[in-house]
Design a protein around this ligand. Structure first.
Ligand code: HEC
Length: 348
């Protein structure tokens, strides 16, 4: 759609600009030829027709160049121009954070149709745990959305926020390594035809989910490999500045630079921050903020370690996923990190 429509105004522009000139050049030929001097008229006809041919070639070149350069910029202005101030449907995608050419904290919306009008990426998801079998997905590269909508260069983190306040963080490094896609269709179907979530809640995975081609972790921190980010039930994307988002959970105090604390920080930032918040940053799905985890780490570190290993053992109704692969070193790093937020009490 977009590609077919994009050149139209430019073709019109070219005809408008060059049409009359070409028409004049053509009209002038018979007039010059009508001088009734055969040599002169042959001369004028020969060079005149060359002139016309050159004019046509130049016009064609102009047209080709205009189309070539117009398509990307046309797509860019088109998507940003499509941002709507209000929601029109529960299927709209909410956009916020550092949006290009808009004041900070602005919220805008794009409809599914707006998003479907962009060039689509097709892939087969084979390592996405949201699907039980290899699944065909169609959508828009997150990188493309960020390029077109975010206020560069500050926006180096895209956060996908889900209906249950889970937050998946997509730093630029992740986007460049794994090429995540905002999914619009699964097996060619809109959200109403999508499979239910694979976690057993029988929940709808729409309006959006994010998937990527085969995932291979690009790093490992102790027992915590880089995790694929496959959020479903995504309702909002925020384009943010990574340092602003992670600053509140940077470890404070005299132990801040300890290697163990820094390692725990990286694990917590990767994992816990998706569901546990610090103030306005981080996911609010857990409802147990960072300082509560810190209080546990200081008062009863074994409880925190046991909860991370197997939440159901401590709380039969636990919704938190278990991390049985976390070894002692990983748990100790997490505990050392969370303890930095709790000022040790003076001994009486
Ligand atoms: C996918 C979401 C999710 C992630 C990721 C997550 N948690 Fe949780 N966590 C929860 C939820 C939800 C609860 C509330 C109780 C429950 O349902 O288990 C919770 C509760 C807890 C509790 C119990 C708090 C209390 O007051 O009893 C601890 C401790 C905890 N989480 C630690 C962690 C740590 C440490 C990490 C990172 C290694 C982490 N969680 C990652 C969702 C998550």
């Amino acid at each position: 759609m977009l590609f077919a429509n994009a050149p139209t105004p430019h073709c019109f522009f070219l005809l408008h600009q060059f049409g009359p000139a070409l028409a004049c050049a053509m009209q002038n030929l018979p007039v010059v030829g009508a001088l009734h001097c055969p040599d002169v008229s042959r001369y004028v006809l020969f060079y005149g027709s060359k002139l016309v041919a050159t004019a046509f070639r130049t016009a064609r070149l102009f047209l080709a160049l205009t189309i070539l350069f117009a398509i990307p910029s046309q797509a860019q202005t088109t998507l940003a121009a499509k941002l709507r101030a209000t929601r029109t449907s529960p299927l709209d995608l909410e956009l916020a954070g550092d949006l290009a050419n808009l004041p900070a904290n602005s919220t805008r919306y794009l409809t599914r149709e707006d998003l479907l009008s962009l060039p689509q990426t097709n892939l087969t998801a084979t390592t996405d745990t949201n699907f039980t079998t290899p699944t065909k997905i169609t959508g828009i590269a997150l990188q493309e959305l960020t390029l077109q909508l975010a206020a560069a260069p500050n926006s180096d983190l895209t956060i996908a926020i889900c209906g249950d306040q889970y937050r998946a963080n997509f730093p630029d490094a992740y986007i460049n390594a794994h090429h995540p896609v905002l999914v619009l269709k699964i097996n060619g179907q809109p959200p109403s035809g999508w499979p239910k979530d694979s976690e057993g809640h029988h929940a709808d995975m729409g309006p959006y989910l994010i998937s990527q081609p085969d995932f291979v972790p690009s790093f490992k921190i102790l027992a915590n490999p880089e995790e694929p980010q496959n959020p479903w039930g995504v309702i909002r994307l925020e384009f943010r500045d990574e340092s602003t988002v992670f600053r509140p959970i940077a470890p404070p105090g005299p132990q801040a630079q300890d290697q163990q604390v820094q390692t725990g920080y990286r694990v917590a930032q990767q994992n816990c921050f998706r569901c546990h918040n610090m103030g306005n940053e981080g996911g609010q799905k857990a409802g147990h903020p960072w300082l509560v985890l810190s209080a546990w780490a200081t008062a009863q570190p074994n409880y925190l370690a046991a909860y991370v290993h197997n939440p159901k053992q401590k709380n039969p109704n636990a919704q938190m996923p278990s991390f049985p692969e976390y070894d002692d070193a990983t748990l100790r790093a997490l505990i050392a990190y969370f303890q930095t937020f709790t000022t040790p009490r003076e001994k009486p």
